[in-house]
Ligand binder design. Structure first.
Ligand code: NAD
Length: 352
């Protein structure tokens, strides 16, 4: 039997909406049926790229040929478009952050259940190579038992664009990049969160945070520093993880980095003191070469199923959605907790 083709319409043909074309087109069972954007110029670009343009959201939702709606608008209108599309009988994929509050997200989930339609969020960074490698290092215990993790993204270009600088649109870096890093973090351990502290930065003087640092403790003892910055002219590594047997670093998306571990075959070698500034130290001397092993960061084979392939499998009942509602909800609750911790300058002790 021929595979069924599902028609996708892209709502919001801006930076990310137009990028989705590259993700949808390679999937055999998907076809781009058209585009809708509230800005004429964006519609002209879509038409120039050869896509049908719809005159209104209503025109998309009443088109019986449309199976899937992809929402790639600014964050503030995700909820209303998602609910309307689900009620019109469409399956829906929504860009991150799916909603600005966890309560709004639950409203969408309820409608999706009632309408028996698939609904998921484009947490695409679960497929990022650096994240998959870190997860692999941790699960194979290449650094022993993980006890500390630092995950950062840092730029020096400020908050890009327009709506990302405005609160009413769901702007700010915690919602924008934080949602990716926190989603990844919660997939690294099965443990629940025990406490959260955080600071948000407003260096650029906009009405939304231009970065944040959060310190998160898990019940199993794992600690995590999650950081997003937009005023960092020199970057810290993308990943830095410590385990009982070693340390791993991935510096950037080019996957530069290494794993350094204790050499189990060599008895402890007393470090030689080094000159450090105006003093001497043994404590901070590098470990001796013979007592450590150094491994390169190894690339992994590509993920077996892409985000969109998984979505098709799930609407055909052949697989579970890769991005599950409970996971998305937990990340949003964590984001709300980080906002609360920063606003109250306190340690929030809460099971998440
Ligand atoms: P953008 O400003 O480049 O594009 C948004 C588009 O939506 C614009 O063309 C705008 O005219 C249109 N639009 C606004 N309101 C609309 C409405 N009510 N109906 C139809 N169209 C409407 O923004 P962007 O950077 O493409 O971000 C869009 C979404 O994608 C955001 O939710 C953002 O967080 C997300 N995003 C995700 C990733 C990722 O890696 N997953 C990367 C970038 C952006």
């Amino acid at each position: 039997m021929e595979n069924r083709i599902y028609n996708v319409v892209i709502i919001g043909y801006g930076g990310m909406g137009s990028y989705h074309v590259q993700l949808i087109e390679p999937v055999q069972q998907l076809a781009i049926a058209g585009v809708y954007d509230i800005v004429d110029y964006r519609m002209e670009l879509a038409a120039a790229a050869g896509y049908k343009t719809y005159a209104s959201l209503d025109a998309v939702l009443t088109d019986q040929a449309v199976d899937i709606v992809l929402i790639a608008t600014p964050n503030d209108v995700h909820k209303e478009i998602a609910i309307q599309a689900l009620q019109a009988g469409k399956h829906v994929i929504c860009e991150k952050p799916v909603t600005i509050t966890s309560a709004d997200f639950l409203d969408i989930v309820e409608v999706a259940k009632k309408e028996n339609r698939a609904f998921t969020v484009h947490q695409n960074r679960r497929w990022d190579e650096d994240f998959r490698i870190i997860k692999d290092i941790i699960s194979k215990k290449n650094v022993g038992e993980l006890f500390h993790l630092e995950s950062r993204v840092q730029g020096a270009n400020g908050i890009p664009g327009d709506w990302r600088q405005l609160k009413a649109y769901g702007g700010g870096m915690l919602l924008d990049w934080g949602v990716h890093l926190l989603d990844q973090l919660l997939l690294i351990t099965d443990s629940q969160i025990e406490s959260v502290t955080a600071t948000l930065s407003y260096i650029l003087g906009t009405e939304v945070d231009d970065g944040f640092t959060s310190f998160i403790e898990f019940k199993d003892g794992l600690t995590a520093v999650i950081e997003v910055g937009t005023t960092n002219y020199v970057k810290l590594p993308r990943w830095y993880i410590k385990g009982t047997e070693g340390t791993a670093v991935i510096r950037d998306w080019d996957l530069s980095g290494e794993i350094v571990t204790r050499n189990p075959d060599v008895a402890h070698v007393e470090p030689k003191p080094i000159r450090a500034g105006q003093g001497l130290t043994k404590t901070m001397a590098p470990p001796s070469e013979e007592s450590t092993l150094k491994f390169p960061i190894q690339e992994l084979t590509a993920a077996t199923e892409s985000f969109y392939e998984n979505f098709v499998s799930s609407i055909e009942g052949k697989a579970e959605l890769a991005i599950k509602s409970e996971e998305v909800h937990r990340v949003l609750v964590l984001i709300e907790t980080i906002f609360e911790a920063a606003a109250t300058k306190s340690v929030i002790q809460r099971t998440i």
